[in-house]
Design a protein. Structure first.
Length: 264
């Protein structure tokens, strides 16, 4: 059974149209800016969450994640099919990292495809080539994160190498998969000087093989989650990028030849 930690209905930023986004639990990366710390481990976990109520800290028990039967999950997704059909939407599998639970993911993709539902997978691309290729056979759209090009910086801020991620991106493009690249814009980490140039070069070299590039501005809303879950957040002093700076970055990335969008 798949383990998920959330389902978001009527989502508008996880692919085209009105969508239902299913968040799989578990991720092999540990991005310093991750806004879903509850997604890190694969199993359901219980926390004594600390909340501030009327100026007082209150401890509350909360379980993040649940195992769900495939048929129940399919039923919930398909209950919104009329909205998918009318808006050109569908289902998006996100996380965490959905490829980590690839067997359950592939089964869901196949069955939803047989129902005529548009299927998107939001992924870091950190998986074996064979897993990615099998998922691609049953996926209509990939939302593919490219966080950093510099290998050492990628390991420093995500905990893993990006060699497989970059190779898998090319593998999807070579096979003609529909890919929208997404770059989280993290001030002082991947939005300045050499790393911005590295990212632009990566996309320019693949000009004509993808249609959209999304720049996702860093936001601070996850800091409260980390505090409540008593997890360390190492970027606490980081500020959100300004609208002006995001527009400047947008102009720079338009040289890649694809449509550049700020946000999803």
């Amino acid at each position: 059974m798949p383990v998920i930690f959330d389902i978001k209905r009527f989502a508008l930023h996880d692919g085209p149209g009105i969508r239902t986004t299913v968040f799989f639990k578990g991720c092999p990366l540990r991005c310093a800016w991750c806004h879903n710390p509850e997604s890190h481990t694969s199993d359901p976990e219980e926390f004594e969450e600390i909340r501030l109520i009327d100026g007082k800290e209150i401890s509350m028990s909360r379980i993040f994640g649940r195992s769900v039967k495939e048929e129940d999950l399919l039923r919930e997704i398909l209950s919104d099919k009329v909205f998918f059909d009318e808006s050109g939407g569908g289902v998006t599998f996100s996380g965490g990292e959905p490829l980590l639970q690839y067997r359950d993911l592939i089964s869901l993709l196949k069955k939803l495809g047989s129902e005529g539902v548009h299927r998107a997978v939001d992924t870091s691309g950190y998986a074996s080539p064979s897993v990615l290729e099998e998922v691609a056979r049953h996926t209509d759209l990939f939302l593919y994160d490219i966080k950093l090009i510099d290998k050492d910086l990628h390991e420093k801020y995500t905990g893993v190498s990006n060699l497989q991620i970059l190779a898998n991106a090319d593998r999807l493009l070579e096979k003609g998969s529909n890919v929208i690249f997404r770059v989280p814009v993290i001030p002082g980490i991947n939005d300045k000087d050499m790393e911005t140039e590295n990212l632009q070069e990566f996309f320019r070299e693949r000009k004509g093989t993808f249609r959209e590039l999304h720049l996702l501005p860093y936001h601070r809303i996850a800091q409260g989650k980390y505090r409540r879950m008593e997890k360390e957040y190492t970027l606490e002093k980081l500020q959100e990028p300004s609208d002006r700076w995001m527009q400047e970055l947008k102009k720079k990335f338009e040289s890649c030849g694809a449509e550049v969008i700020i946000g999803g």
